[in-house]
Design a protein around this ligand. Structure first.
Ligand SMILES: [Zn+2]
Length: 59
């Protein structure tokens, strides 16, 4: 089962969607996206990690 994350579900006004085979891969791509597109720092990401993981769905 693949994993999908819609950036908007994390609370950003953003239409980005991340698809990957595993939750860890989604998290890695989400971290890159959040840093490059939303300017999050590593500490911001740590604070948001629970919310991001909670928004990941099985597809
Ligand atoms: Zn985004």
């Amino acid at each position: 089962m693949a994993k999908q994350l819609n950036c908007a579900d994390v609370g950003f006004d953003c239409s980005a969607q991340i698809n990957a085979d595993t939750e860890e891969e989604v998290m890695a791509q989400a971290a890159d996206h959040a840093k490059s597109a939303h300017g999050l720092s590593d500490s911001d990401l740590q604070e948001q990690e629970g919310a991001i993981r909670g928004a990941i769905r099985d597809v």
